[in-house]
Write a new protein. Structure first.
Lengths: 159, 375
């Protein structure tokens, strides 16, 4: 007799638990509330990333095409996987003394792990993170970038 | 060539049958290959084959300086990336005898608990999916998105944050951080009831998990199964209680223990832990003291020669970091005791005699992360 009741109560409780689960999914089906998905390629124009978002490493330039990098190479030393190469060049300064300035600041995006050590360690705050995240290219060599813009120079007083 | 013989049916049942589960099986959640010996549908024995995602992280650490090591630990157990960072930072601070500011301790503890919640959310999602409930996967990931947004705003990354650095954290918390964490806890307290209604009480789920994969307390201790898997067997092994670090000695929370020793017990421990983690965050989030977000550190960090060990409670169990230093700026040897590796060792023992479909449930309940096994 006991097993007889247990058989039917098991069926009853089983069906009840399934109905409770169905009620959860049913509620979301009929009242989806806040939609959490985004229509990604269509919303490109007004897609706003967070301000600290680590998209890629960039060199910060002001409106006169001037940056703050003096080519000291601390970022190159701090990078764990050799994504940064700093190539300095020696020129003669205005006062006639030899001076070391940056020729090329090469950044290998394909090797970067976005640990943020270069940005954190830069003594003159020349580097920052950009918001660009669509990095897919057809050729790997396009991921090697020169960060200082052509024709740019260092801001006076930063050296 | 061997002659093909048609065996009588009774012989076939006695024959042992070897199949490969993985390395591309969806329920192994990565590239784990299990060589399973079957008799009929019963698992006779099981051999895990590791190494498909071995990257040599321990060897790579030997050429990196201590701040550089941290970004590699992200990539071991990627679901508790912040806790792995925390372990290395605690070790460096212990070796250098640095006291970090109070604010750093608060931030780190809150971030650790957020990590634990999102890791358990993803585990719940994939557990439901492995047992055939695809709805769980969508609901779990939907709620996890809120934590990823909180991280993206403060640390700049959604997944592999590298937010800790020796002496503190990389940057101060975002002004919106506290508001967003409050909003998350308020929302998730409602949503977690849905989790219980959807899966915990479900008759199919109960029948597939109760009494499956029994792991006794003695075996859990001798195999070293830590974390929620060990606490499901009644073993009190929470490092946050045994050896408190950061703020854990000053917050009130319960160590969740279950004594049924089966898959369902391991499931319930994780569900309860999400409540406990929210409890810890609520105690800390409003009381973050003002101050610096990092202690003053030298530009080049050199550990004094000697051996150091630090352990923390990651989302999967006990994570130990062992360093031998010869006084240079890079470690002489770095060894990680990762929880997933030891938890994998018990899989053969507890799945013997079970059905092959139960193996999926048992594997999911151990919550294995494969890059954590191979490193």
């Amino acid at each position: 007799m006991n097993s007889f009741f247990k058989y039917f109560s098991d069926i009853f409780h089983g069906v009840k638990s399934l109905l409770i689960g169905m009620s959860v999914t049913g509620r979301y089906f009929f009242s989806p509330g806040q939609i959490v998905t985004q229509q990604y390629p269509e919303n490109r124009k007004n897609l706003q990333m967070f301000e600290r978002f680590k998209g890629e490493v960039i060199m910060l330039h002001d409106e006169n095409n001037q940056h703050r990098c003096n080519g000291c190479g601390i970022c190159e030393n701090n990078c764990p996987n050799g994504s940064i190469e700093v190539i300095p060049v020696k020129i003669t300064g205005e006062d006639g003394k030899p001076k070391r300035i940056i020729d090329k600041h090469i950044y290998h995006l394909g090797m970067c792990t976005f640990c943020g050590l270069c940005v954190k360690s830069c003594p003159s705050n020349a580097l920052g993170f950009g918001q660009e995240f669509e990095h897919a290219v057809f050729d790997r060599s396009k991921l090697n970038k020169v960060l200082n813009q052509p024709g740019s120079s260092i801001i006076k007083g930063v050296e | 060539m061997k002659e093909i013989v048609n065996l009588p049916v009774s012989k076939i049942e006695e024959e042992e049958y070897h199949i490969n589960m993985g390395p591309q099986h969806p329920s192994t959640h990565g590239v784990l290959r299990l060589l399973v010996s079957l008799q009929g549908e019963m698992v006779k024995s099981l051999k895990p084959h590791c190494g498909y995602i071995h990257r040599g992280i321990e060897k790579m650490c030997e050429k990196d300086t201590y701040p550089q090591v941290i970004h590699l630990t992200d990539r071991m157990d990627y679901l508790s990336a912040h806790i792995n960072n925390h372990a290395v930072c605690l070790l460096v601070e212990k070796a250098l005898e640095i006291e970090v500011p109070e604010r750093v301790k608060y931030i780190r503890t809150i971030m650790d608990e957020l990590t634990r919640i999102q890791s358990h959310q993803l585990w719940w999602s994939s557990f439901g999916m492995d047992l055939g409930g695809l709805t769980c996967f969508f609901y779990g990931l939907r709620d996890r998105e809120m934590i990823l947004d909180i991280w993206e705003e403060t640390t700049g990354s959604r997944f592999l944050q590298s937010y800790n650095c020796p002496g503190g954290v990389m940057q101060d918390i975002h002004p919106n951080f506290q508001k967003k964490v409050h909003a998350f806890i308020k929302t998730f307290k409602k949503k977690i009831k849905d989790y219980d209604r959807l899966l915990s009480g479900n008759v199919i789920f109960e029948n597939r998990s109760q009494g499956v994969g029994l792991l006794s307390k003695e075996d859990a201790i001798s195999y070293g199964v830590t974390g929620p898997s060990g606490r499901g067997s009644g073993w009190s092994c929470d490092i946050r209680k045994v050896e408190p670090y950061s703020m854990y000695s000053q917050v009130h929370f319960n160590e969740v223990l279950r004594y049924e020793c089966d898959t369902y017990a391991r499931y319930m421990v994780r569900m309860q832990e999400m409540h406990e983690s929210m409890n810890i965050i609520e105690q800390l989030i409003d009381n973050i003291p003002e101050g610096d977000h990092s202690a003053k550190m030298k530009a080049v960090i050199k550990l004094p020669a000697g051996e150091y060990f630090q352990r923390v409670e990651s989302a999967r169990g006990e994570l130990g970091v062992y360093v031998v230093s010869d006084g240079n700026k890079t470690p002489y040897r770095m060894k990680f005791r990762t929880p997933s590796f030891t938890n994998l060792g018990v899989l053969d023992h507890i799945s013997r005699g079970m059905k092959i479909a139960d193996l999926v449930a048992i594997g999911a309940s151990l919550d294995l992360v494969i890059p954590d096994i191979d490193r």
